[in-house]
Ligand binder design. Sequence first.
Ligand SMILES: Cc1cc2nc3c(=O)[nH]c(=O)nc-3n(C[C@H](O)[C@H](O)[C@H](O)COP(=O)(O)O)c2cc1C
Length: 186
Amino acid sequence: MAEGKRREDCRRNMQRGQGYGMNSIFHRISVRKYQNRDVEQEKIELMLKAAMAAPSACNQQPWEFYVVKDKAVIERLSEASPYAKCAKDAPVVFVPCFRSKGIAPEYFNIDMSAAVENLLLEADELGLGAVWMGISPDEGRMKAVQEVLDIPEDLHAFALVPCGYPAEERAQEDRYEESRVHYIMN
Ligand SMILES: Cc1cc2nc3c(=O)[nH]c(=O)nc-3n(C[C@H](O)[C@H](O)[C@H](O)COP(=O)(O)O)c2cc1C
């Protein structure tokens, strides 16, 4: 596709709620209630592919992903943070982790954030619902997850992302605030 046409299409897509592709950006919400229905393995793999498609500093890709479907383990994970209770009823919980070593360790948490956002967007794209539950940098929560999953010492839990078919629906809040945008022009 010619560059000019592509740009024109992108501009058209900027109109909120319209266009095609990446509509999940304007549709995704945190989903904390799930249907009693399993998530297909194919969808789990698409979510993992989306997460690993994220950008990272120096392309260091510091991530590893635990995918937890065991109900008893999920219940224990839901107790690893005071704000993770609703993970208990999810059919699957992703636990993105980061390695201890890399080219630019100061960017690990930032890299992981990009991966988690991709995970959430892909869930929405696939008709699923998910929520980001903060674990890192809280050392107590990181240790709790480490213990539940018996994660090796050179890996660190970054977040919990419970996921399932949504049992709640609401429109995404429009957070666009023009006053927060500062154009610098000739
Ligand atoms: C770094 C981070 C940590 C979060 N931790 C939690 C959490 O521990 N528990 C939870 O229920 N939601 C958590 N959230 C979800 C936020 O509460 C949610 O994104 C925010 O309220 C905006 O709502 P929305 O995602 O529906 O747009 C977290 C989100 C981020 C980005």
